[in-house]
Design a protein around this ligand. Structure first.
Ligand SMILES: Nc1ncnc2c1ncn2[C@@H]1O[C@H](COP(=O)(O)OP(=O)(O)OP(=O)(O)O)[C@@H](O)[C@H]1O
Length: 506
C-alpha cells in the first residue's frame, strides 16, 4: 500500500490545499478571469475585423487578414506571448507601466483574434446566400444586409465555438506567467505552482486544476442551452399541425376580409427592351422583349434552365443585364440606384428566405423601420395589417421555424407587400411547398392580382397561369418564344416548342 500513500501525499495533502485555497480564490481566480475575459473581448474585436476583411471582395483586405491569421494561428502561444511580452517590454512600460500583465493580455488577444476571426468568417459564410438576396430585394445595401441579418445570424451560429475559444483563453492565460507577474497578478496556475514548490507536493496544483474545471465545464452546458434557445426562440414547442388544419383555417378565413381598410395598391408598368444577360460565357437571356401593363398578372412559363428566374432577377437588378433596358413606369431601371429600384419592385422567392432569428411580424417590420425609417409603432400597425391580409394575424409572434412552408411563404408575401411596391416578382413561390399548402398561397396571389397589383409570376402551376394571368410568356433557351393571353397560349399554341412543353406538363 506504499504507492497508495505516496499518491495520497502527492495529490491529496488537504492541509496544503486548504492553505492555498484563499489565494486561489481571491487572486488566482480573479486574474485568470480577467485575462480570459479581456483577451476574449479584444479577440472578438480583432476577429470581427479579420472576418469582415477575410470575406471582402478586395484582395487588399483579404490577404493581410489571411497573413495575420496564418501567423498567429501557426505560432505556439507561448512563443507569441514571449515575443510580445519581452519584445515590446519597453513600449509596454511606457504605455502601461512596469507590469508585463497588460502585454500578456495583448498577446493573448492577438492569438485569440486569429481563431475568432476564422470562427466568425465560417459562421458568416455558412449563412445561406438567400438571406442576403432577401435583404437586397428589400432594398437593403450590402452593408445593411451584412449588419442587420447575415453577421448576427453568423454570430449566433458560432456561439458554441466562441465559448470554446473563451475556454481556450482561460487555459492559455496560464502561459502569461512566463512574463514574470507580480504576486497580486498571479493567475490560478501560477499560484498553484508556487505553493506546490513550498509544500513539495502536487496538491495545490491539483486544486488549481479543479478551479479550471469548475470554470470550463459548466460553460459548455450553459452555451448549449443558450444555443438551443436562440435557435428555437422562446416559444414552447407546439404539437405538429397537420397541413389540412391550415387549409381549413384558410377556408374559414376566405371572404372575411379584415375590417381594417386594405392598403391601397399602386400598380406600375414594366417594359423589357431587348434584354441580354450572361453568366460569364453562358448567354442566359437573349433579346427579351415584354410589356407588362399596370395592374396585370404576367405568368412566365418554360422548361427548366430556360432563364425564367434570371429574367426576374434582372427586373430588380439582383443580377445586372448585359444589354438592353427595362422601363419602370417609363423610367430606365438601369439609371436608378438599385436600392431605390427595389423599393418599387418587390420579390418573393422559392425558398421564402425569411430571417430565421426574427418573428413573422419582425420579418415584415424590419425593412420598414431600417430602410423606410418608419417609427416602430407605425411599422407594427402596418405589419399587423399585412399579416392579417395573408391570414396570419394569429401567428405574428412565431418564428419561421414554427411556421409551415405555406405560412412562411405568406409571411414573405406580406413582407414584400409591406414595402408598398409597384410591381411584385414571384419566383416559383409554390415549388417548395407541400401539395396541400400550394392552393392557399396561389389563392392569395390570385386575390392580389384581382386587387390590381402588377405581378410577374414565374410558375409551373399551369392551372394558376390559365385562370389568373392576363398574359403568359413562354420562354425557351433564353428567349421569349411566345406571349399572349392564356387562352391562346394554352389552347392555340403556335410554336412547336410550346406545344411540346404543354404536352409534357399538362
Ligand atoms: N449564378 C449562376 N451562375 C452561373 N450560371 C447560372 C447561375 N444561375 C443560373 N445559371 C444558369 O443560367 C441558366 C438559366 O437559369 P435560370 O435559373 O434563370 O433558369 P430557370 O428557367 O429559372 O430554371 P428553373 O426553372 O430550373 O429555375 C441555366 O443554365 C443555369 O444553369
Amino acid at each position: 500500500m506504499n504507492w497508495l500513500e505516496n499518491l495520497q501525499r502527492s495529490f491529496f495533502d488537504w492541509d496544503a490545499m486548504a492553505s492555498v485555497l484563499p489565494s486561489l480564490l481571491m487572486v488566482g481566480l480573479k486574474n485568470t478571469l480577467i485575462l480570459a475575459a479581456a483577451s476574449t473581448v479584444l479577440g472578438i474585436v480583432i476577429g470581427m475585423i479579420l472576418a469582415v476583411m477575410g470575406i471582402s471582395r478586395s484582395a487588399w483586405l483579404r490577404i493581410p487578414a489571411r497573413v495575420y491569421t496564418d501567423i498567429f494561428r501557426g505560432l505556439p502561444a507561448i512563443l507569441t506571448i514571449l515575443l510580445i511580452g519581452q519584445g515590446f517590454a519597453r513600449i509596454g512600460r511606457e504605455l502601461f507601466g512596469p507590469s508585463p500583465y497588460p502585454l500578456g493580455v495583448v498577446a493573448l488577444s492577438l492569438i485569440a483574434g486569429a481563431y475568432i476571426g476564422e470562427i466568425f468568417r465560417s459562421g458568416i459564410q455558412s449563412v445561406e446566400s438567400g438571406q442576403m438576396e432577401a435583404c437586397r430585394a428589400l432594398s437593403m445595401s450590402y452593408g445593411q444586409g451584412m449588419r442587420l441579418i447575415v453577421i448576427p445570424q453568423g454570430i449566433r451560429r458560432v456561439l458554441p465555438a466562441l465559448v470554446n475559444q473563451f475556454i481556450g483563453n482561460v487555459k492559455d492565460s496560464s502561459l502569461v506567467y512566463f512574463l514574470g507577474l507580480l504576486a497580486s497578478e498571479r493567475e490560478i496556475f501560477r499560484i498553484g505552482q508556487d505553493q506546490a514548490v513550498v509544500t513539495g507536493n502536487l496538491s495545490p496544483l491539483l486544486l488549481a486544476g479543479m478551479f479550471y474545471l469548475i470554470i470550463t465545464v459548466p460553460l459548455t452546458h450553459v452555451v448549449n442551452h443558450i444555443d438551443n434557445r436562440l435557435r428555437l426562440g422562446r416559444q414552447k414547442p407546439g404539437a405538429a399541425v397537420s397541413g389540412l388544419v391550415e387549409v381549413g383555417e384558410l377556408r374559414d378565413m376566405s371572404g372575411k376580409a379584415p375590417a381594417t381598410a386594405r392598403p391601397a395598391i399602386k400598380a406600375g408598368s414594366l417594359e423589357v427592351r431587348d434584354l441580354d444577360m450572361a453568366y460569364g460565357e453562358l448567354q442566359v437571356l437573349k433579346e427579351i422583349r415584354l410589356k407588362v401593363e399596370p395592374g396585370t398578372v404576367t405568368c412566365v412559363i418554360g422548361p427548366s434552365g430556360s432563364g425564367k428566374s434570371t429574367l426576374l432577377r434582372c427586373l430588380n437588378r439582383l443580377v445586372e443585364p448585359k444589354a438592353g433596358d427595362v422601363l419602370l413606369d417609363g423610367e430606365s431601371i438601369l439609371a436608378m440606384q438599385p436600392e431605390q429600384l427595389r423599393r418599387r419592385v418587390g420579390m418573393v422567392f422559392q425558398h421564402f428566405n425569411l430571417f430565421p432569428n426574427h418573428t413573422a411580424i419582425e420579418n415584415v417590420m424590419l425593412a420598414l423601420t431600417k430602410i423606410k425609417g418608419m417609427a416602430g409603432s407605425q411599422a407594427r400597425r402596418l405589419a399587423e395589417a399585412q399579416l392579417a391580409e395573408v391570414g396570419l394575424a394569429a401567428r405574428a409572434d412565431y418564428r419561421p421555424s414554427r411556421l409551415s412552408g405555406g405560412q412562411q411563404q405568406r409571411v414573405a408575401i406580406a413582407r414584400a407587400l409591406a414595402m408598398d411596391p409597384e410591381v411584385i416578382l414571384f419566383d416559383e413561390v409554390t415549388s417548395a411547398l407541400d401539395p396541400e399548402l400550394v392552393k392557399g398561397v396561389l389563392n392569395l396571389m390570385a386575390d392580389l392580382g384581382r386587387r390590381g397589383m402588377t405581378m410577374i409570376v414565374v410558375t409551373h402551376e399551369m392551372g394558376f397561369a390559365r385562370k389568373v394571368a392576363d398574359q403568359v410568356a413562354f420562354m425557351d433557351e433564353g428567349r421569349i418564344v411566345e406571349v399572349g393571353p392564356p387562352a391562346e397560349i394554352f389552347d392555340r399554341p403556335k410554336s412547336p416548342r410550346l406545344r411540346q412543353f404543354l404536352a409534357e406538363v399538362l
